[in-house]
Write a protein that binds this ligand. Structure first.
Ligand SMILES: *[C@@H]1O[C@H](CO)[C@@H](O)[C@H](O)[C@H]1NC(C)=O
Ligand SMILES: *[C@@H]1O[C@H](CO)[C@@H](O)[C@H](O)[C@H]1NC(C)=O
Ligand SMILES: *[C@@H]1O[C@H](CO)[C@@H](O)[C@H](O)[C@H]1NC(C)=O
Length: 388
């Protein structure tokens, strides 16, 4: 982090811009560790184990406390049930003043069909950049008040299964039940929210490059209007949230920080708020296989305990990419200016949001800790609605 320190020295001296993170980010370097297919049925398990080792190494280098959440789940190979072992990798930035825990997470495995860089190497690269920047910043001007967790999830089985058989629960589900719930002392009040990055580099400025499934117009009325007015272009990053006050607080903080970046005018952020009183139809499949869904539908016992979470995504298969990257494209081909801009925007935005929400002492805003209360009954009815 030698470069980061230079940047922060300048920042402390001038005391002005918070935007020194993205300039220093070396996404190409990060992405080189996520080139190979990372899936239990991949020809070699080397890309997966190397990615694992790399993430652990980075977390330690940034100064995070490293914790591993091991789990097993079931997948099907030629209709044969197979138990596979996975590792969720957790980097803990412990706060010194208590307060609700905030989390940034991304799946680090890949499926057998898509580019391992796009889904979801880029999401992991951004998460790692945020972790490094946050730790560098909180060694300098800012003081860590509330705890932040950086999490790389393994085995997103929801993206492996075919339509006929249901696979075992994904890594994020296991992390939530086995690791996070005890960590927050089984209290929703101790959790400020999860920010999930899942496929964040697929864009197109062509008309009709964004597919909107049946039900989208009723589920997301305002967004539907806006996207159609602009020619159904896949030129935006989507922020899926819920209507709970904690999720909204998180979403508003992210949106405000995002729009402060001059690059936001090139790549807008579109909020898609999942409201329980609206029918979602087929648009459910846009957001039910990523990690945030398990937070929304969390039910540790009989009682649903919806946890606040938001998802940042390019909408993945619902968008025709303007810059196609074949399954084995190189980092140099992958990292176009648009993708570089997107990764920079996301990293800067989230670092600033974390500094605003979880630290004390240096912030330019009065906000230090997110209100922890959650209208859990409202969001919990998502459970019923989605027949989970
Ligand atoms: C959980 O409880 C322990 C013991 O009282 C406390 O030290 C810790 O800070 C609590 N964790 C959270 C996330 O509030
Ligand atoms: C794209 O869509 C917009 C909005 O519907 C329209 O005004 C524009 O003419 C379209 N452009 C092309 C090249 O079709
Ligand atoms: C649906 O819920 C939202 C947020 O809770 C509320 O603002 C809106 O008025 C409700 N709409 C209907 C049709 O009940």
């Amino acid at each position: 982090m030698a470069v980061g320190i230079t940047c922060w020295t300048v920042f402390v001296l001038l005391g002005v811009s918070q935007n020194c993170f993205a300039e220093e980010a070396n996404f190409a370097y990060q992405l080189r560790h996520f080139l190979g297919v990372r899936h239990p049925e991949a020809p070699s398990n080397k890309p997966l184990t190397e990615a694992r080792d790399y993430i652990k190494e980075q977390f330690k280098q940034y100064g995070l406390d490293l914790e591993i959440n091991q789990f097993t789940t079931d997948i099907y190979t030629n209709s044969q049930k197979n138990s596979v072992a996975g590792e969720n990798i957790v980097g803990v930035a412990r706060g010194h003043a208590g307060g609700p825990v905030l989390l940034v997470g991304a799946d680090y495995d890949s499926n057998l069909e898509q580019s391992p860089l796009e889904n979801n190497g880029a999401g992991v690269a951004a998460m790692l950049e945020v972790a490094g920047s946050y730790m560098a910043a909180t060694r300098q001007q800012y003081r860590r008040a509330s705890t932040v967790l950086f999490v790389a999830f393994d085995l997103n089985t929801k993206e492996y299964e075919n339509t006929r058989v249901r696979y075992g629960p994904p890594g994020s589900y296991h992390f939530l039940h086995q690791w996070l719930w005890p960590f927050i002392n089984q209290s929703v009040d101790n959790f400020a929210g999860a920010i999930i990055l899942d496929s964040i580099t697929r864009f197109s400025t062509e008309n009709s490059s964004q597919h909107l499934p049946r039900g989208f117009e009723t589920a997301f009325r305002e967004a539907n209007q806006e996207i159609r007015t602009r020619g159904k272009k896949g030129d935006f990053l989507a922020l899926f949230s819920t209507g709970s006050s904690a999720a909204q607080h998180l979403a508003r903080t992210i949106i405000a920080n995002y729009n402060e970046d001059p690059k936001a005018s090139k790549l807008r952020l579109q909020e898609l708020r999942v409201l329980t009183n609206r029918s979602v139809g087929d648009s459910l499949h846009m957001f039910n296989h990523q990690a945030q869904f398990h937070f929304w539908t969390f039910q540790p016992s009989d009682e649903p305990m919806s946890l606040p979470a938001v998802l940042l995504t390019d909408t993945d298969v619902y968008r025709k990419s303007g810059e196609v990257c074949e399954e084995d494209c190189s980092v140099e081909v992958f990292l176009t200016q648009t993708r570089q801009d997107a990764l920079g925007l996301v990293s800067t935005t989230l670092t600033n949001a974390l500094l605003q929400l979880q630290t004390a002492g240096g912030g330019s805003t009065g906000l230090t800790v997110a209100p922890a209360f959650v209208v859990s009954t409202l969001v919990a009815s998502i459970l019923v609605l989605f027949n989970w």
